[in-house]
Ligand binder design. Structure first.
Ligand code: NBP
Length: 479
């Protein structure tokens, strides 16, 4: 017997992915893990999978049919490099090494280049959906060459989640494209989670609703435009009671949010590319603020009076829903802008509509909403921003007053809503006739002779600030 696909790394993600692969018609799956005990455990617990297990990497490679195809699911970073090298030493031209871990896309670009020089195919692929997705159908975002996609595509299609009859996998682009969009996916996930958390906080602390009422509200929202995995699990989390105290579990969980770093990567890359992903940025910063107990403690002790809760309108629950929806559109619009900029910078041809399609199931940000994004890019592939797509423009406009009320009430009541308010500021910035950037240009010219352009004639200008303040035309500034 030989295997058409192999999995290296049998911790929770690798084991589940291997079982998913084995459950599909036509696949024989070879498995290997550095520590053999893990492999033994998997094959003992899942004899139905018919795995071909190997104790050594040599045996593992020998069980693979050609072109050899192996998916690596080990800890991102050094572990991945170590396994890639072990496979590369044994693989032959045309064979395919796939990294399904959460690699940094820059590493993926490097690895692809190095392996291409050795005539090997390397595919860095984003896999979203956590343990459950890996087992039952994740959303898969592969990069790499078109040649590798030919062999790998049918295998990945067989294990991916399905949305409206279509598998949630598409060839994203060459080298690091898959891991880049997975990074942005995770960034959007951060923003979405933060916005839902703000909605919860405002409804509870300003709206005076109970946790039980919030469970019902979130379940209700999950039947409309906001229907999504994250709203669904938020209701589940809120409904959970602590076994020890009987209190809502959310009230006994320490309010300091952790992270594994993909949100930070997204913002770092966005800063480098000059793309304002303020929604993702606020979400990353909000987690960072939450994890500063010393500063929070000092501040609580120093601030003696807190604002009184202002009167809230009867429409508050609906207002918050509208604010959440509009802010979410902004976060996605910004995330897609980052993908467009990344594609331009790194030379990827990314089909945004196809990408939105594969996020409709399997992954953490799956949502009804994504169908609208698919439609938006089908109508206009080069859309300037999702916010001007007619559907989203209407949806945001109809909730705009409510959005402003919510941000105002949040500010007046002293309940932080950085996601809602920065999304509104972004919306207002894009919509403004004039921005105070004109004054900033004046300041820059004053202290650094950085020059400015005028609205009424071509060219570049500088005012002689420390002289007689006349204006002179200059050669273009490089700043
Ligand atoms: P972990 O990220 O916890 O990694 C454990 C695996 O890496 C084990 O199989 C371990 O082998 C292997 N490994 C390490 Br550590 N160093 C190694 C080395 N130098 N050589 C060979 N093997 C090595 O596993 P996971 O949580 O299943 O995640 C796997 C990948 O999938 C990660 O990149 C993760 O970021 C990504 N991912 C995870 C999720 C999720 O929800 N958990 C979702 C999406 C993507 P050993 O048994 O011998 O120690």
């Amino acid at each position: 017997r030989s295997a058409n696909i192999g999995v290296v790394g049998l911790a929770v993600m690798g084991s589940n992915l291997a079982r998913n692969l084995a459950s599909r018609e036509g696949n024989t799956v070879a498995v290997y893990n550095r520590t053999y005990a893990r492999t033994e455990e998997l094959i003992t617990e899942h004899p139905e999978a018919g795995f071909l297990a190997s104790e050594t990497i040599d045996d593992f490679v020998a069980t693979l049919s050609k072109p050899r195809t192996a998916i690596i699911m080990v800890q991102a970073g050094k572990g991945t490099d170590a396994v890639i090298e072990q496979l590369a030493e044994r693989f032959e031209p045309g064979d395919i090494i796939v990294d399904g871990g959460n690699a940094n896309f820059n590493d993926t670009i490097r690895r692809e280049r190095e392996l291409r020089e050795r005539d090997l195919n390397f595919v860095g692929t984003g896999i979203s959906g956590g343990e459950e997705g890996a087992l039952n159908g994740p959303s898969i975002m592969p990069g790499g060459s078109a040649e590798a996609w030919e062999t790998l595509g049918p295998i990945l299609k067989s294990i991916a989640a399905v949305a409206e009859g279509e598998p949630c996998v598409t060839h994203i682009g060459t080298d690091g494209a898959g891991h880049f969009v997975k990074m942005v996916h995770n960034g959007i996930e951060y923003a979405d989670m933060q916005l839902i958390a703000e909605a919860y906080d405002l409804l509870r602390r300003v709206g005076g609703l109970s946790v039980e009422q919030l469970v019902d509200i979130f379940r209700d929202w999950n039947t409309g435009d906001l229907e999504s995995y994250l709203i669904e699990i938020s209701a589940e989390v809120l409904a959970q009671k602590d076994a020890e105290t009987g209190a809502p579990l959310v009230d006994v969980i320490l309010d300091q949010a952790g992270s594994k770093g993909t949100g930070v990567w997204t913002v770092q890359n966005a800063l480098g590319l000059g793309i304002p992903v303020s929604g993702i940025g606020e979400a990353v910063f909000a987690r960072a603020v939450s994890s500063k107990p010393a500063q929070r403690g000092a501040m609580r002790a120093s601030v003696t009076s807190r604002p009184k809760t202002p009167e809230v309108p009867d429409t508050f629950v609906d207002d918050v829903r509208a604010a959440l929806y509009a802010s979410k559109v902004v976060a996605y619009a910004q995330g897609f802008d980052l993908i467009v900029a990344g594609a331009k910078e790194y030379g990827w041809d990314i089909d945004l509509g196809a990408l939105a399609k594969i996020w409709r199931a399997g992954c953490i940000i799956r949502a009804r909403f994504l169908n609208r994004i698919v439609d938006a890019y089908a109508t206009k592939p080069d859309l300037e921003t999702l916010l001007v797509d007619p559907y989203f423009a209407d949806a945001v406009a109809s909730g705009e007053e409510a959005w402003r009320r919510v941000v105002g009430i949040a500010a007046a009541s002293g309940v932080p809503a950085p996601g809602f308010s920065s999304a509104l500021a972004y919306f207002d910035s894009l919509a403004a006739d004039r921005l105070p950037a004109a004054l900033i240009q004046g300041q820059r010219d004053f202290f650094g002779a950085h020059t400015y352009q005028r609205i009424d004639k071509d060219g570049t200008f500088h005012t002689l600030w420390s002289d007689d303040r006349t204006e002179i035309a200059t050669t273009p500034s490089t700043h």
